[in-house]
Structure formats: structure tokens, C-alpha cells
Design a binder for this molecule. Sequence first.
Ligand code: NAD
Length: 310
Amino acid sequence: MSEKIAVVGAGLIGRAWAIVFARAGFKVAIWDAVPQALQSCQQLLRENVGDLARHGLIAESVEVVLERIKPAASLAEALKDAALVQENVKETVEVKREIFAEMDRLAAPGTILTSSTSWIPTSEFTEHLPGRERILVAHPVNPPYLVPLVELAPAPWTSKATVERARDIYTRAGQSPVLLKKEITGFLLNRIQGAVLNEALNLYENGYASSEDLDKVLKDGLGLRWSFMGPFETIDLNAPEGVLDYAKRYGHTYRDVAKTQPPNEWKAETLAAIEKERRAVLGAGALGERARWRDNRLMGLVAHKRKQPT
Ligand SMILES: NC(=O)c1ccc[n+]([C@@H]2O[C@H](COP(=O)([O-])OP(=O)(O)OC[C@H]3O[C@@H](n4cnc5c(N)ncnc54)[C@H](O)[C@@H]3O)[C@@H](O)[C@H]2O)c1
């Protein structure tokens, strides 16, 4: 019999996790504190799985995948017999503390509890819990059924066995787990994304380029390469003799430039100007439609990458 996963919170990320696990053959129980959220998630799940089917990204029919996802009437019902619980509720330390205390009370001892939190280290919401050794952050990228990275960020007291079991489950679900060796706010991906945003905001604020051109630097420049290699492999290949050769040629320039990259203060007037430029290109009412377009482009890219050698 297939293992059961519980998804707690049926918003954007909870729904996407339900698809990841159901697509890989797991049974999924999904629960939300707001009954309306649980109801509207059915239609949204159908649309998303339908899109995946059109891009050849599910091996079975839409109905077979959706059939594995069952709404639960209570948190206790969702957690019953689950191998792993993926929490996706509001992003505040208080709410995470409350829901993890409740889940630790309700879940059987062998159940792993994970959080999708984007920024909060596991230790900030698990310290006093009796079952804290079975809890860790498993941070996805939106939407996880297209972007496979999942950041496993355990607390110092999370057991090694829990981490290994979680890694095995995410791998079998088709994800690409990475492990943080110690805790840090924002984990790896959001810290790197923050560094890029910081510099883009600095360059914009100081009048070096429009927001449109700064976006182009990524989408027509760095982003193309980044979809199949990271910064270290990039510098390894961008000098004839690898990393040390690259550092000898360009290291001093990067060091000098880094001295001119202060933390950006996210000033209200800078953000308002970027918002104005964005709204001129894309009306506020069209954001949802454009997000769907983005996901469809991502599906095309994922389908392409699956056909290529790694
Ligand atoms: N949106 C992203 O791009 C993204 C990416 C990675 C991780 N995350 C993380 O995922 C989590 C969820 O984010 P989201 O974007 O899906 O938010 P969302 O607002 O779309 O969904 C949150 C859901 O949780 C429900 N909820 C709130 N409090 C609850 C509670 N106490 N018990 C049960 N359900 C409750 C809400 O009714 C809602 O349906 C957050 O921790 C967020 O940081 C978000």
C-alpha cells in the first residue's frame, strides 16, 4: 500500500505539494483551517494537474492523480497514519509554533513533521516540543511540481534518521533535496535571491538602468545558464584552467565591486517607481494570468530538461 502524506494548509504552496506527492503515487490528505480554502482548492488542483498533463509532465491521467488527493475533515484525520506532514500555513513564528505544537501532539511518533517556511529556522518554533527530533524545515520553490529543489534545514536536535527518511521521501516524490549543514535565516535559495535583488535595487535606485533592462540581464543573460548550472560550475568553465584560474584573473575585480554593493534599504519611493514601471507593462488585473503563463513556460523548460543528459 502506498504511503500517506498529510498537507496542512491548502493555499498556493500546500496545493502544489499535494500535486507533487500525488503525481509520484503517494496518498495525500489535505487540510486547512478555513473550509472555503479547502473547497476552492479542488478546482485549482484540477487546473494545475490539467496543465501538467498538456505538457506531458504526468505519467498518468488527470483523474488518477487527483483521485489520490483527499480533503480531511480535521487536522487529526489528516495526520492519521501519515509518513510525513508538510505544513504550509501563515508565515509567522507564532503561527508556526502553534501549529507544530498541535501537530506534535496529534501525530504518531514515527511521523516526520516538516515546514515549508521560507525564512524561519526550525529551532525557532520547535525548541520546547517533546517530538522535536522528528521536525525540520523542507523549503520548496514555487511551484514545487515544476521546480524540484527542496531545502532540508534541520535544527541541531533533529535526528539524523529523520533527515535521511525525509530526504528519501522527497527524492521518491521526484524532488531535488539539498541539506543545510547548520541553521541560517532564509536558508540558501532566498539568501542568494536576496543578494541578486539587493544589487538590482541598488543599480535601479542609482539610475544605471530601467527595471525592464535589469530583468533582461537575468532572463536573456545569467538566467539561461543558471537553468542548468550554478555559480561555481560557471566560474570553473569560464577560465581555461578552472576555478583557481578564474579567481586569479577576475577575483580582484569582484572584490573591488563588492565594496560598492551596500545593503539596499528598500526605500518606499524606489519600490513605488518599480511598481509604476511594472504596471505600465502589466496591468494589476493581469498578474494571475501572467503567473499561469510563467508556469506554462516553466513546464516547457522542465519537459526540455528531462530530455537532456545531465
Ligand atoms: N508563496 C511562495 O512563493 C512560497 C514559496 C516557498 C515557501 N512558501 C511558504 O509556504 C507557506 C504557505 O505560503 P502560501 O504562499 O501557500 O500562503 P497562502 O496564504 O496561499 O496559504 C496559506 C493557507 O494556510 C491556511 N492557514 C492559515 N493559518 C492556518 C492554520 N493555523 N491552520 C491551518 N491552515 C491555516 C490559510 O487558510 C491558507 O489557505 C508559508 O510558510 C510560506 O513562507 C511560500
